[in-house]
Design a protein around this ligand. Structure first.
Ligand SMILES: *[C@@H]1O[C@H](CO)[C@@H](O)[C@H](O)[C@H]1NC(C)=O
Ligand SMILES: *[C@@H]1O[C@H](CO)[C@@H](O)[C@H](O)[C@H]1NC(C)=O
Ligand SMILES: *[C@@H]1O[C@H](CO)[C@@H](O)[C@H](O)[C@H]1NC(C)=O
Ligand SMILES: *[C@@H]1O[C@H](CO)[C@@H](O)[C@H](O)[C@H]1NC(C)=O
Length: 190
């Protein structure tokens, strides 16, 4: 009876530690980022000589499921719209609308997201943004345990690959060692 209880609690401990290890190895892969739209400019009407500024900003970044966009603006608004309304600056039936000056939108699926200003004139002058969220099926470099600076990530996504692999290899060996210890413990239990 005593032996049975010991074995059961050891098994429970083993399962718990395996789960903890599995969860912790997943954390670096899922590190989500928040991007500030337009960086220092924020969400505002671009200069007439720079109307593509938001999509140039978007093309310098890579967006993954779970990341979010932060819009900061004054006397303006953000609409999430479909493709047609994005190209026509039609604000009449947005999918979602925000207007309190600070809006965070989560990118919760792959594919394109279309954003326009709630003011059609602002939209026509370039205050619109198209963000394409990467599909999880495409091979993307694993993120390192410590999220890199946004600039670094945008400029060179590949070097983080080796550290990401290193982290998971290290964690795998740790988990193998732990499991081995528990099995030994289990076998030698009275
Ligand atoms: C665009 O024009 C503004 C003045 O209207 C000027 O300050 C800015 O440097 C110009 N930007 C570019 C990229 O030419
Ligand atoms: C916002 O609008 C108000 C009233 O229309 C105006 O007084 C204020 O200067 C505007 N602020 C900005 C940043 O444009
Ligand atoms: C916007 O779309 C609605 C319905 O799709 C349409 O009735 C309206 O005329 C459009 N407005 C503009 C300015 O194109
Ligand atoms: C705007 O609304 C969001 C939630 O929709 C909230 O988290 C945020 O604090 C609000 N910002 C301001 C400036 O009121």
């Amino acid at each position: 009876m005593q032996k049975y209880t010991n074995m059961a609690s050891l098994l429970g401990l083993l399962c718990t530690s395996v789960m903890v290890i599995l969860v912790s190895t997943n954390v670096p892969v899922k590190a989500a980022k928040e991007f500030k739209v337009g960086e220092d400019l924020g969400w505002t009407v671009p200069d007439a000589n720079n109307t593509a500024i938001f999509n140039q900003w978007a093309s310098r970044n890579r967006f993954h499921i779970g990341d979010s966009l932060s819009f900061e603006y004054k006397n303006d608004s953000v609409l999430v719209v479909d493709k047609y309304d994005y190209y026509h600056c039609n604000t009449s039936k947005p999918i979602a609308a925000f207007n309190n000056g600070t809006s965070v939108v989560k990118l919760d699926r792959p594919g394109p997201f279309y954003f326009i200003s709630g003011n059609p004139d602002h939209c026509k002058n370039g205050q619109r943004l198209l963000v394409d969220v990467m599909s999880p099926h495409k091979i993307s470099p694993p993120t390192s345990a410590f999220p890199p600076e946004p600039d670094e990530a945008a400029a060179s996504p590949s070097p983080t690959q080796s550290s990401g692999v290193l982290v998971s290899v290290t964690l795998s060996s740790v988990s193998v060692a732990l499991i081995a210890t528990f099995v030994t413990f289990l076998l030698s239990a009275p």
